[in-house]
Design a protein around this ligand. Sequence first.
Ligand code: KG4
Ligand code: ZN
Length: 349
Amino acid sequence: MKLLKENTNILAIETSCDETAASVLRGSLKSVKPKFSILSSVVHTQINIHKKTGGVVPEVAARAHMKYILPATEKALADSKCALSNIDYIAVTSGPGLIVSLIVGTEFAKGLSLAAGIPLLPTNHMSGHLYSAFMSESASQFPMLSIIVSGGHTMFVLMKDYKNYRVIGSTVDDAAGEAFDKVARLLELPYPGGPAISKLARLGKTDIGFPRPMIHHQNFQFSFSGLKTAVLYYLDTLKKPISHKQKADIAMSFQNAVVDVLTAKAERAIAQFECKSVALSGGVAANAALRNSLNAMCKQKNILFAVPNIELCTDNAQMIAIAAYFNLRNGQKPVPAGKVRANPSWELK
Ligand code: KG4
Ligand code: ZN
């Protein structure tokens, strides 16, 4: 039985998609308010590997995870100056994500847990994005609207406090990041698509006026697949080859549509649930136009807006360590290694 320690050290491992990451967090399980610091964070990105194929090939990602997981973990421990013998818990992303990628991290963490006798905390990747809002330790105000926009998910989560939350909306088809990636492919932009679109969008001048799917629906559901199709149909009407200027207008117009939908729905959720703060996380949270739009809306309403630094929006192990820390404070118990399985469709509830 672990006692509630003042200094609890958590080693976190993340391999849900195409980043091999490890991080060490030290936090108090005794303090009334959350109190933690990140001792190290290592991310080995596979971007250069997947650039060649224009997207993530799962088996290629898994092989890269196998190559980098041990060096990333060793570096995270060395950087933290915390020996493995001083680690109290190992947290590992065991879902959702690509099954073959998840298996590498989960089985590695299980082996480490058994060999070193360290309790294991299977951790939900989306809860990592959710709790990454508290990365900056800025005072959080509840109720909080947490907007998670990643490659696989688009979610509105209503947080009553650090422990109690519920998903109030999600996408009925493509996730926001997925739409960015697919539109980037239509425009023949390099992988990864999201950053390429946002860079090109800065040069855009004329808004084409793509549809804002479900913007007037009173619920918090999203649909981005039709928007991508609208871009495809628009491209069909253009004389080839398409100029750089035309591509920039398309990128900007597409981005404006996504930003408008997310901002309008966020505004409605804030009013309906009387939110005192908004948090933005997930890979698409790196998008400057989205950050600026939500920031301006929150400023106008005089409510707090929290968003991780750009490099911490995309996948990393720091957010998994933070989620595990909050889960422990919320009463989560470790799971015997033999019972932990990678679960690619583990939904955040
Ligand atoms: O959270 P994340 O790293 O992985 C998942 O959990 O899915 O998110 C990756 C997604 C990709 O779709 C990527 O294109 C998108 O985040 N993304 C961006 C930007 N940077 C990354 N989308 C729009 N603008 C960006 N600057
Ligand atoms: Zn993610």
